[in-house]
Design a protein around this ligand. Structure first.
Ligand SMILES: NC(=O)c1ccc[n+]([C@@H]2O[C@H](COP(=O)([O-])OP(=O)(O)OC[C@H]3O[C@@H](n4cnc5c(N)ncnc54)[C@H](OP(=O)(O)O)[C@@H]3O)[C@@H](O)[C@H]2O)c1
Length: 372
């Protein structure tokens, strides 16, 4: 497929979205609305060439416009459909299932094995088969980005991979689930019971109709595990973790903590010790002066303790489909940036078949590669 657009000087970037629900559609709308930015900042003519749900989808080599989103064609779905669209970047936004990998697993495997970059939003495949997916990306030279699966708008994986590069991470503590933080906050600050608080959160659209994965701590565990394995190179499995949610928290406990000046939070904790890592999810209490005690409502936060940079803390209030889509498209811009840097590298310009918008394989380790 031709790499340059009709004007002959702008590189075409073809994107496909697998999983076209709340988040997938938010990604699609945001991607289309940012096309001019991608052209002017990265010299990329970005086209959404395919999108699909479980049974239907749409594709167009020239790029889909929003008017096609509500008339998906039956049968246009699945990893082969996405592969045949010619997309060179997959954005995966399907349902998450850490016990099976979910439908996302096949899409991600298909993209990475063909050397296509993947931006993954659902957690299931990364928990279920993370090591194999990392290896697949390494072998094919594809980029695998996972901000959407690691607390989205909250900088977590970026913090580890960029801001703390070279430091030794000693401990990670995260309030990684907006729903449980909202529920505990309502129970503590307003004396509302868990069931009533949950109904409130569901009515406002924050909590899903089936919120067991959040309440029982599985969602927090999955995010922590992905951070540990992808960010810190560990090999944790969900079976290695002790996981307790907020379902057993009683109003009596809440009153006791309040009287003692303590604030409860559902926290995923990872400690890296000489005898190996230990990871858990549980309700922990913090004195009111601790930054975690101030993380209220649907806000999330992470505290990373390092050897030389001390404690680093990040906090973010963005939650929901738009914030998640923005996090995935932040990953997308990092891919565009890396590609544009490769194209304009002095090394690339010395090669005999240099074209301003082509990528090159450079044997000396320059991290550009030929696109599929
Ligand atoms: N919602 C949020 O705020 C949020 C925040 C962070 C992360 N996430 C994660 O983002 C992902 C998507 O969330 P969502 O809220 O958008 O869920 P959703 O509205 O339920 O959408 C899921 C989409 O996946 C599609 N799907 C299911 N099986 C598929 C298959 N085999 N092939 C292709 N598509 C398939 C569904 O298709 P049908 O429509 O045909 O069923 C639907 O379009 C989840 O993994 C979630 O954990 C969500």
């Amino acid at each position: 497929m031709d790499d340059t657009n009709e004007e002959g000087f702008m590189r075409i970037t073809r994107v496909a979205i697998a999983g076209f629900g709340n988040v997938g559609r938010a990604v699609a709308a945001m991607l289309l609305s940012r096309r001019e930015r991608y052209r002017s900042v990265y010299g990329a003519d970005v086209r959404l060439v395919a999108a699909c749900g479980s049974r239907a989808g749409a594709s167009d080599e020239a790029g889909l416009e929003a008017d096609r989103f509500d008339s998906l064609e039956p049968g246009k779905s699945g990893p082969d459909f996405i592969a045949s669209s010619g997309a060179d970047i997959l954005i995966e936004a399907g349902p998450s299932n850490f016990r099976t990998g979910g439908p996302g697993l096949a899409y991600i495997r298909s993209a990475l094995s063909a050397g296509r970059d993947a931006i993954v939003i659902s957690k299931g495949a990364l928990v279920y088969d993370g090591r194999a997916l990392r290896d697949l990306a390494k072998t094919s030279g594809a980029t695998l980005k996972i901000s959407g699966a690691t607390a989205a708008a909250l900088p977590t994986i970026d913090l580890i991979e960029h801001s703390l590069l070279g430091c030794q991470v000693l401990q990670v503590e995260g309030i990684l689930n907006a729903t449980t933080n909202y529920l505990l906050d309502a129970m503590t600050m307003r004396g509302v019971g868990l069931d009533a608080a949950l109904r409130e959160a569901q009515a406002s659209g924050l909590a899903e109709p089936d919120s067991r994965s959040d309440i029982e701590g599985w969602d927090t565990a999955c995010k922590l595990l992905i951070l540990a394995n992808f960010g810190l190179g560990l090999d944790l499995s969900i079976e290695n973790m002790s996981i307790n949610g907020i379902e057993t928290v009683t109003q009596v406990e809440i009153e006791t903590w309040r009287a003692e000046g303590l604030v409860p939070k559902l926290v995923g904790s990872l400690t890296l010790q000489a005898d190996g890592p230990s990871a858990s999810v549980a309700v922990r209490t913090y004195p009111r002066t601790d930054p975690f005690a101030l993380v209220s409502g649907k806000t999330k936060a992470i505290r990373i303790t390092t050897d030389l940079m001390g404690e680093v803390f990040s906090i973010a209030s963005g939650a929901g489909p738009a914030a998640t889509a923005a996090a995935a498209l932040k990953d997308f811009e990092h891919i565009l940036l890396a590609r544009s840097q490769c194209r304009s590298s002095p090394v690339a310009k010395t090669l005999p078949d240099y074209k301003p918008n082509a990528l090159f394989i450079w044997r000396t380790g320059w991290r550009c590669r030929r696109r599929p």
